[in-house]
Design a protein. Structure first.
Length: 166
């Protein structure tokens, strides 16, 4: 029997690795709990975040998630967990079973890895504020750059299309 995987690719059907999902979820919650305990022990209380902080964190999370899930630069992170070559970031399907497959599903899904990225960036801003803010703002600026570059290319194409009509 076959199933449709991520991005519609066909794969042999296997049962979902529920115990691996549970271990990953427990690691996520445990990591956040540990970060909160460490922040309290170090006397680093989270400050009230502004709307700008939230927007910046969102943009940084978007950029880092896309980078981890799709860029050539981070293919070495995905390679052990996907079928075939992870270099191009397209049509990668999780490989194996159990924990390998669960991690493969995590690192090829921008929304899934985004929760981890947001937690990591938020934790960094509390535990190491200078580094956390530098990293978050750098990633956010990179996301803005991606948007501006894509917008420029789209405007250029539209201008060429309009020029061809006259």
């Amino acid at each position: 029997m076959w199933r449709r995987g991520l991005r519609g690719k066909r794969h042999a059907w296997t049962d979902p690795p529920y115990s691996s999902y549970a271990a990953i979820a427990a690691t996520f919650v445990g990591g956040l709990t540990l970060a909160a305990v460490l922040a309290r022990a170090l006397g680093r209380e989270p400050r009230a975040l502004s709307t700008l902080d939230f927007v910046t964190l969102s943009a940084a999370t978007f950029k880092a998630s896309r980078t981890i899930s799709h860029d050539k630069l981070t293919s070495f992170l995905r390679e052990p967990f996907v079928e075939g070559d992870a270099y191009d970031g397209d049509d990668e399907a999780p490989a194996g079973e159990g924990m390998q497959r669960a991690i493969g599903e995590l690192v090829t899904c921008t929304r899934c890895v985004g929760a981890w990225v947001a937690a990591g960036l938020g934790t960094a801003q509390i535990l190491t504020p200078r580094l956390g803010r530098l990293l978050t703002w750098s990633l956010a600026a990179s996301a803005a750059n991606d948007f501006l570059q894509a917008s420029f290319v789209a405007l250029e194409r539209k201008s060429e299309d309009l020029g061809d009509r006259t």
